[in-house]
Design a binder for this molecule. Structure first.
Ligand code: B16
Ligand code: MG
Length: 219
């Protein structure tokens, strides 16, 4: 890609804000109560999955079969714990450099979307005062198939009037990178190159990152 992209679609948890650690802590507590072992490596696989897919992963790990009513109760308990961390969030919890980068893209006419599996995305955007940065928000409330299915990013690109091949996705999750690639997008991994090996390239942070660097690394 030598010309600037038509659009960029950002994942939320783990890309814009550091909420991945809150998900980890809330799932760990629940797994602990169910006496199911759960570590950072398991958590890596949960990133980007919907709430129900995450619970099913943990239950499978513990060979636990539960009825739907109990699953809903457990998901509500996990979400209450997650929200107890989230509700005090402020713009100070935005990752360094990400807002500056989004604003640079906007100034250059690149269209900006959010592509998150989280049903809490609107609340977090609001608490961090960044809702207005996104022309479209596609999240866990509006999709039927969660990552690694590309639905979230394809819906976002369509709303932005952009072609996947001219759109860049930013993702911190293995499932999210797979979703982006499955949809025909260029994907920048935010995190470890070993973990996000299917991304076009990875960055460790947005600090100092620019449109110029994006273009040179994608070309
Ligand atoms: P919620 P993202 C994902 O958000 C998280 O990575 C994942 O850990 C979480 O289970 C999922 O959202 C659902 O979140 O329970 O808040 O609806 O990374 O796609 O922005
Ligand atoms: Mg994420």
């Amino acid at each position: 890609m030598s010309d600037k992209p038509q659009a960029c679609i950002f994942d939320l948890d783990g890309v814009i804000v550091d909420t991945a650690r809150y998900h980890f802590s809330a799932w760990s507590e629940l797994a602990n109560e169910l006496v199911i072992p759960f570590n950072e490596e398991d958590n890596e696989q949960l990133k980007g999955l919907s709430r129900i897919d995450s619970l099913e992963f943990i239950l499978r790990k513990g060979s636990l079969v539960l009825d739907n009513h109990t699953k809903v109760r457990l998901m509500d308990r996990k979400n209450d714990r997650y929200l107890s961390h989230v509700k005090t969030m402020t713009p100070a919890e935005l990752f360094p450099g990400v807002l500056e980068f989004i604003d640079e893209l906007r100034a250059e006419g690149v269209r900006i979307g959010l592509g998150s599996s989280s049903r809490n995305a609107p609340l977090i955007l609001d608490l961090c005062c960044i809702t207005d940065r996104f022309e479209t928000v596609v999240d866990g409330n509006s999709i039927t198939l969660s990552k690694p299915d590309p639905e979230v990013f394809l819906t976002g690109a369509q709303a932005l009037g952009a072609q996947p091949e001219n759109t860049v996705v930013f993702e911190d999750a293995v499932s999210g990178v797979k979703a982006g690639k499955a949809g025909g997008f260029r994907v920048v991994g935010v995190g470890s190159p070993e973990v996000l090996s299917e991304a076009d390239f990875t960055i460790s942070s947005f600090e100092g990152f620019s449109l110029q660097e994006l273009l040179s690394r994608l070309s």
